[in-house]
Design a protein around this ligand. Sequence first.
Ligand code: ADP
Length: 281
Amino acid sequence: MADAQAIRSPAQHTQELGLDQYRIQQEPYYRSVADEVELYEAAYSVRMPMMLKGPTGCGKTRFVEYMAWRLGKPLITVACNEDMTASDLVGRFLLDANGTRWQDGPLAVAARHGAICYLDEVVEARQDTTVVIHPLTDARRVLPLEKKGEIIEAHPDFQVVISYNPGYQSLMKDLKQSTKQRFGALDFDYPEHDIEAEIVAHESGVNLEAAKNLVHIGERARNLKGHGLDEGLSTRMLIYAGSLIASGIDPRAACRVALVRPITDDPDMRDALDSAVTTYF
Ligand code: ADP
């Protein structure tokens, strides 16, 4: 006879493991930049849905991981994309050897068991997908599973957090007002010079002096946003460059690979950024 473990589907197994797999065991490194920790705690205490706004790679995901750890709540993260359907969030019937079986999606698991559900880059999802969070983000705090004929009353610990990059906003891709107005919002941006250098040094292992130089290069590039660059160099990119330098790569080559080449294909812009690099390394 087959081992019972072996015939369980991975999805079923995940459900049986419960929320423990979503608990953050170790304190994530997060360097607070203003009063965001305090404000988020206040928002969580009244279970206000939160929107973290800011450019890519500036610390939003790290912040929510840190807050989930600090509050002792499990965190379920969903990377949103345009092919995502409401069923991907809410759940669906699956066919297995025993017939059909309902499987909760990540939003339903979070609502049922009391996790923080983080919808990363929510603007990437189609608006008809995004509306499934509406009944969970107002006074009702329910999630109707229409196909299953069940209404989940959200667990008292449940909270929805979304991230949103205002830079990508366009007429085609934006959140409906009716979605936006369900959330409190915190603004994120690249941290101020010394704090960003501290983060880059901590995360990459590069020395503080080199980290400061990387931040200078980042700031130069950010000034070119809207003048040939669509987005500024993110803290994440500076950390990549720092990691290469810390592993022994020549700083100029590290910056070329981790900063300049990924962000632009324009030869003039590459020259401008390369010369910013040579100013500091
Ligand atoms: P986002 O979610 O905004 O795209 P992330 O949270 O993934 O960005 O940030 C990218 C990286 O930058 C993180 O992995 C982390 O190493 C670093 N980082 C950015 N801001 C901070 C901060 N305030 N404290 C600690 N690390 C940070």
